[in-house]
Design a protein around this ligand. Structure first.
Ligand code: NAI
Ligand code: BGC
Length: 268
């Protein structure tokens, strides 16, 4: 991969004011893309990402939208497409957990998680695909007309007691991604997922913030360390580059081996 494999490209990263989204936005910008940094509430954090990118000589734009709301998603895409000539990359990253045992889970907890993690991904992917179909392949910019990345999770395959809403949303992401990939391939829009394992971000703070919690978490990770947001930033940067041009409809797992059934290393 060259130093700036995404030069001349324009990207939108949802939920980019923290955690994985922020790391992905910074990594795409470092690889040469202009980046729209979506946020829903924390505007100062999104502006800090934009300023850092600009200080390093890149281009970025902070744009507010709740990805679960159709009107706000449409307005966000209208703003980006009236500012930039094209949208080459969408990273559907925004996601939340609202954890509860099934017997105590409220409909609001269920709907919030499905609304952001799955419906939000549909709304943003639909808007991006429309723009990508319109623009077509931009010769000399990328071999694809567009690239869509869905931030899934190891919980698209690992069931998760106490998190049925979250696991259901990520299971849904798996077939949403594959169905979009099947449908959009003739338009040369590449669609893939990244499935991170445990990565150190605010969403799972309780799983790593004390030595005891971290030690317990590490029993689930054969590689012996928690993931860092930059691990995911690098994977996404490669996946949207032309070096990955023939990768389509796949989930790339970035988990230090969490999906290897680590308990079977000692039993079975
Ligand atoms: P995070 O809590 O730092 O990031 C979530 C982001 O989504 C935040 O920036 C938040 O403001 C944004 N967001 C929430 N609701 C939104 C809405 N309605 N509209 C727009 N943005 C909204 O946590 P993290 O870990 O960075 O999560 C990012 C994605 O990565 C999520 O989809 C999560 O499911 C996924 N993931 C995280 C893993 C981890 O271990 N940290 C592992 C596997 C997947
Ligand atoms: C969840 C994290 C969890 C990780 C591994 C992610 O999808 O958001 O809370 O640490 O999966 O279980």
């Amino acid at each position: 991969m060259t130093d700036r494999p995404l030069a001349g490209q324009h990207a939108l990263v949802t939920g980019a004011s923290s955690g994985l989204g922020e790391a992905v936005a910074r990594a795409l910008a470092a690889a040469g893309a202009a980046v729209a940094v979506n946020f829903v509430a924390n505007e100062p954090a999104a502006r800090r990402v934009v300023q850092d990118v600009e200080k390093a000589g890149g281009r970025a734009l902070a744009v507010r939208a709740d990805v679960s709301r159709e009107d706000e998603v449409e307005a966000m895409f209208a703003k980006i497409l009236s500012t930039w000539p094209a949208l080459d990359i969408l990273v559907n990253n925004a996601g939340v957990q609202r954890d509860a045992p099934l017997t105590e889970m409220t409909l609001a907890q269920w709907n919030t998680v499905l609304g952001i993690n799955l419906t939000g991904m549909f709304l943003c992917s639909r808007a991006a695909a429309r723009a990508m179909v319109r623009q077509g392949v931009r010769a000399g910019v990328s071999r694809a007309a567009g690239k869509i990345v869905c931030m899934s999770s190891v919980h698209e395959v690992i069931p998760w007691a106490g998190h049925a809403n979250y696991a259901a949303s990520k299971g849904g992401v798996k077939l949403l991604m594959q169905s979009m990939a099947q449908e959009l391939a003739p338009q040369r829009i590449r669609v893939n997922s990244i499935a991170p394992g445990a990565i150190r971000t605010p969403i799972n703070r309780r799983a790593w913030e004390t030595p005891e919690a971290l030690a317990s978490l590490l029993t689930l990770i054969p590689y012996g360390r928690i993931g860092e947001p930059a691990d995911v930033g690098r994977a996404v940067t490669w996946l949207v580059s032309d070096d990955a041009d023939y990768i389509h409809g796949q989930t790339i797992v970035v988990d230090g081996g969490m999906t290897l059934y680590p308990e079977f290393a000692r039993g079975g």
